[in-house]
Design a protein around this ligand. Structure first.
Ligand SMILES: *Cc1c(COP(=O)(O)O)cnc(C)c1O
Length: 461
């Protein structure tokens, strides 16, 4: 990339200050001629670009010298430079709002129904450990994760609550489950037996939840084969069936027929287990949508994920429960300029200045979850007002437009480097939501909240 930026015909350091001596001349690695287009090219580097490559080499050598490195700076002072001063883009998670959402969910399901807070994918990008602790402090009793490493992260942060991995991990990971007291979801007899035998070898129990496939066809024992499965594994004394669950494919959809078919199959499977003398343990099925919409399927425990973070799983739930989004995305203006009429902005120059606009740059891009598909289709908020994001969103930066013409009584805005901008969140009456972005992209907000966790520092407020 850097080499391509050097225009053809660039003749190296010919114009450099007198007294400069190329680094390689002293170490004798490369002939001095390599610094000009006429010289011997470096191997693999086109001669026209040779000077650029050598320039980078010189730069790296300077920084490798002990007197030029971090050794001269107090490491404690370096550490104290906050994440938001290292980089002017960050997310904020309001744990008070997570607490509010958890409390609302608890109230919604009422007494006698436990809540498993689903904190997979780093708490949907909100930070698994802090969100798990907040949820547990506000009424959740169980945690759900997707992988063993997510469970271990919670255990290492001293989270004590029961943790269920929501699928069946590889058999090779069984020692980790037992060592960290993390329960797997099980659906193959082979896994169940191996797990039981590993536990037995240490004279401990092998607790698990049975996953039942009632129609989503993702994981689980088929609803009409549950008794057969139990008969195959139940001989093992270490195995401990702590819970039985299924997962809905369409709890968030307006059409409910498929949902009811799944519910019916689950009830039949549970009934068959009871008849055959198997205790299903804690019965659970409901994700956020089902938790909010269908009290009939609360059973012993519900498993909300998205709702905990304040995002509605579907339109229907908006009037049914008061959820508030916990995540907001922030940045500060890193550069700003007047762009004359008809000049372009960003890769492709697709956006053209209409004149009388100030273009402001923000240091976040698609590597930070600011999806490129949003280019020119989302707004940012500054001083309570919305401004159009313009030009293609780059990997690490994006731009927005401030119209400098005055309309009526509107106060003119004069953006400066360092001014704070809201990319997702609410300021006064202006609001940009993950829902808006998801609709624009034809995806769901789950994907966006996870995306914004990729690289930006996260602040808890
Ligand atoms: C992710 C997940 C949930 C939570 O789903 P939401 O729609 O975020 O509430 C519940 N159960 C299982 C099995 C899951 O995989």
């Amino acid at each position: 990339m850097a080499a391509q930026d050097i225009p053809n015909g660039f003749t190296g350091f010919a114009n450099r200050k007198p007294g400069f001596e190329p680094a390689s001349a002293s170490v004798g690695r490369t002939p001095v001629g390599a610094y000009t287009t006429e010289g011997t090219p470096l191997s693999g580097v086109p001669s026209t670009y040779g000077s650029g490559a050598q320039g980078a080499f010189q730069y790296a050598r300077d920084h490798a010298r002990p007197d030029a490195g971090a050794a001269n700076f107090d490491p404690d002072k370096l550490r104290l430079i906050p994440a938001t001063d290292r980089r002017w883009a960050w997310t904020e998670v309001d744990l008070g709002v997570v607490r509010h959402n958890m409390t609302a969910l608890k109230q919604h399901v009422g007494h006698g129904v436990r809540v498993m807070a689903v904190v997979k994918a780093d708490g949907y990008g909100h930070g698994a450990v802090r969100c798990a602790k907040t949820a547990l402090n506000s009424g959740a009793e169980y945690l759900g994760v997707a992988t063993i490493d997510e469970a271990i992260e919670l255990r290492e942060a001293l989270v004590n609550a029961p943790i269920l991995v929501l699928s069946q991990p590889p058999m090779e990971a069984i020692p980790l489950l037992l060592a960290y007291k993390v329960m797997p979801s099980i659906y193959t007899p082979d896994f169940a037996i191996q797990y039981a035998e590993a536990a037995d070898a240490y004279s401990i129990r092998a607790p698990y939840h049975l996953a039942v496939n009632t129609g989503m066809n993702r994981i689980g024992v088929r609803h009409d084969e549950v008794v057969e499965f139990m008969s195959q594994v139940s001989f093992h004394r270490a195995l401990d069936l702590v819970g039985t669950f299924t997962h809905f494919a369409t709890a968030d959809a307006p059409e409910t027929l498929d949902f009811h078919i799944q519910t019916k199959r689950f009830l039949e499977a549970l009934q068959a287990m009871k008849v055959a003398g198997f205790d299903p343990g804690i019965i659970h099925a409901a994700n956020s949508a089902a938790t909010i919409r269908y009290p009939d399927v609360h059973f012993d425990m519900v498993r909300p994920g998205i709702a905990l973070y304040g995002l509605h799983p579907c339109q229907e739930t908006r009037t049914m429960i008061d959820l508030r989004p916990a995540l907001s995305v922030h940045a500060r203006i890193s550069d700003t300029r007047l762009v004359p009429m008809s000049e372009g902005v960003s890769y492709g120059l697709n956006y053209r200045s209409p004149g009388s606009v100030r273009i402001c740059t923000l240091p976040l891009g698609y590597a930070d979850g600011m999806r490129r598909g949003l280019s020119g289709r989302t707004d940012v908020i500054m001083e309570g007002r919305r401004f159009r994001q313009v030009g293609n969103i780059c990997m690490d930066q994006c731009m927005f437009e401030v119209d400098l013409r005055t309309y009526g009584t509107r106060r003119r805005i004069d953006p400066q480097i360092g001014d704070e901008v809201l990319i997702v969140g609410r300021q006064g009456d202006s609001i940009v939501t993950l829902d808006d972005m998801a609709n624009m992209l034809g995806t769901i907000h789950y994907e966006l909240s996870i995306g914004f966790a990729q690289r930006m520092p996260r602040l808890y407020v």
